[in-house]
Design a binder for this molecule. Sequence first.
Ligand SMILES: *Cc1c(COP(=O)(O)O)cnc(C)c1O
Length: 484
Amino acid sequence: MQLIYEKSVAGRRAVQLPTRRDDAQPRINRQLLRAQAAELPELSELDVVRHYTALSRRNFSVDTHFYPLGSCTMKYNPKACETAAALPGLAGLHPLWPQLRHGGLLTQGALQLLYETERLLVEICGMAEFTLQPLAGAHGELTGCMIMAAYHRDRGNKKTHILIPDSAHGTNPASAAIAGYDVCTVPSDAQGNMHLDALRKAVNAETAGLMLTCPSTLGLFVDHLKEIAEIIHGVDGLMYYDGANLNAILGRVKPGKIGFDLCQLNLHKSFSTPHGGGGPGSGPVGVVEKLRPFLPVSRIVKRSDGTFSLNYDEPRSIGYIAPFYGNFGIIIRAYAYLLMLGREGLRETSDAAVLNANYLQEKLRPWLKAVAPGRCMHECVFSGEPLKAHGVHTLDLAKALIDRGIHPPTIYFPLNVSEAFMVEPTESESRETLDGFARSVSEVLELAKRDPDALHHAPVTTPVGRLDEVAAAKNMDLVFKSVP
Ligand SMILES: *Cc1c(COP(=O)(O)O)cnc(C)c1O
């Protein structure tokens, strides 16, 4: 497909605005005007419409196809939540509008929405307080690590490192390091459980805390949480819960009640915001009572007269971590989603997510090597090791699924499973879709036995086939050079 610049024809125009006779002089200061016109593509309106429509059809999305990307919770985002976020009274708000004027009509509704969303998350996670400010999961982790640091400074604790299991998402060690901590990796076993002895060995008086994902990246609920929390709390360390996998336990387990002191959620995974492709995110952070004073400003408070305001006067706060009040549009979607589902709906969400993953795990077990001997939580992880006997790899299976209209599951992650193939079906998929997926996997693996080479060339139905992903990442070339 040609780039829009390549389709350009000098002098071709889309909309032409009439020049106003009485206003022929530009109102912009001449010194600020360009000396030469910008090199923009010149096309008709129809050219532009066709170009972008064609591009949009090449998109792969949850709205078009099954997207079982493990560790990502790519679930369906109800359109009702989109409608709520687009309501003119919310979408048109400017963050600098005064909080209260003309009888409180300006931003009180928005503040109330933020306040109530915080209350709902407090209830779901069993925490004392929440901030909605962080703009991504990783940003929430960083905020959490900064809160840990502020807590230890306040107590006069000398803490130098944070413990992180080897199965953790890569953002965990990055966040701990940016917050100024050394990272100590704790090994886990094949089921993703932490070795308690290794943990005991790693912990000392300088341990600031432990970052843990539960269920782990292997899709399994972590064992020995109580002992782990006792070990960490024994040195006045803090238990951090990475809530990106909350979809597995929504409405069933509250992190704040099982030993965790602070957590981040990924609203753009669990609570109705599309993600992937680096769009806007939201990573609210919840804390137990003793960490409340360290939350970032501003804080939304409800006054005794029932109105809401923003409080910046928090002497022990870690300060600003984002401009304004978080990614408001995403918070609106989460609020609408939570009100639609209610307590029962949240439980059904995680129940169905876990049921779907177990259904798929059993359907695929005859074909691939499941990591979990028994039940899994919201995702199932396999090793593609047996495929090697036919001269194919997990990568070939993933690429062949693209030709069957399926986004490949996560592959080669988690790192502690060789030839990993990680499927997260989520609660939104029907039994027919899951059966269809299992059928596609079995067809591909049948083909692998008969004609392995057929898989080495997949995908063949896409505009481009096998890309050199390493070269694309390492030698990025994003600059358009004029066509001669
Ligand atoms: C997605 C994810 C994150 C990071 O969230 P971002 O919003 O992408 O920064 C952290 N931990 C786990 C387990 C995740 O799956």
